[in-house]
Design a protein around this ligand. Sequence first.
Ligand SMILES: C[S@@+](CC[C@H](N)C(=O)[O-])C[C@H]1O[C@@H](n2cnc3c(N)ncnc32)[C@H](O)[C@@H]1O
Length: 406
Amino acid sequence: MDAATWLIQPQGLEVVASMVAELDAGGDTLKLASRWRSKLTDPHLASIAMTAAVARRRARARWPDADRLLFTRHGLEQASDPEVARWRARRLATPDREGAVAVWDVTAGLGADAIAAARAGAEVVAVEHDPARAILLEHNLRAAEVRATVLVDDALDVRVPSGARVHADPARRPGGDRAHHLDDHRPPVGRIIDRFAGRSGLAVTLAPGVDRDDPALGGEVEIEYLQLGDQLLEATAWEGPLRTPGALASATLLPTGEHRVRTDASRELVIAPPGDHLIEVVPAAVRARLHDELGEELGGWRLARHRALLSIDGRPPDSPWYRARPILAVLPAKAAPIRRWLADRDPPPVELVLHGITGDPTRWWREIGRPPRGPQGWRLELIRRDDDAIALVTDAAGPSVSGSGP
Ligand SMILES: C[S@@+](CC[C@H](N)C(=O)[O-])C[C@H]1O[C@@H](n2cnc3c(N)ncnc32)[C@H](O)[C@@H]1O
């Protein structure tokens, strides 16, 4: 706490800014840290400031106002991506009939979600149980020029007014190890749901691997899977008035804000051999189990019960929800026939992609005759189906590669 208090004072802020400038100019982290340790009366403060300087430079890639904010390494790792926080805040802070809403961010960390909710127009209360982190949180809210109240309290004890919406982003690596169950999060997800569900709306930020049917979620939620570019980043469980009526799951693509909702639990496509295009549905839509619905719209089918890979005959329309590649060949998933097929042609760079196939890619590469390597030519897609495996050669650079791309 003493270190956090020092960091937010003019001297602490100046030291961090000077360190950032020196690192920007190419300074060596270890040499700079040692010089600053002898310069400051308390060498421990030099280490703390250097950690904040290094974290700030890392944060710049995603945080537009990083140079005004204070981070710790763990705080930055745990923080929401600002683009995702901005998207989430739009729903969290949507005014109700009476006007502005109150949002209580009960595990506020360094403030990405609290800042986004305040900027979206909510009256924000940011709760954080770690007093040192709460000092940095308060600084960040002020530096971001948003109005919000900070409370140092426990999310499960704090008294939240009945009309307020609640956001929780529980720690997924308490003590350093990844929590595999929702109830190993801090605070445990089941306890958050018990305490805040059935009121004025709850949003819980979770890892994107979360399963909508996890019993800790209590069943009455919409899980929104969020993808930024090609990366599946987070999920949000929406409950109560914040849930889209009837929604089981949804998928969002950022930064464009494409959004699809699944309300139907029973859809399932037929399984059939490959047609002339392979359709790879983007990860957020696969997690939301929207692939069968998308396939149905295209008149397509699945290649296997346990794979979200689809196929159709004919060129599909452009869509950000999938990448489509023309299929050039369907081969057995064995090295010898693939090697012969490639040897009879003059292949452009080939990329090897394993869909549910285990094995050493380097060995595969050797055994198929070491064709030229690269992502923009053909893709050799080895696919585990329900009872066998096949190899597809697809054209990654062909005219009907659709979607928004990375
Ligand atoms: C994943 S981080 C939140 C990150 C935040 N959304 C952001 O963007 O910076 C979780 C935070 O919850 C805090 N926390 C853990 N248990 C808590 C509890 N019982 N009450 C309040 N805060 C808690 C941790 O100290 C940590 O700062």
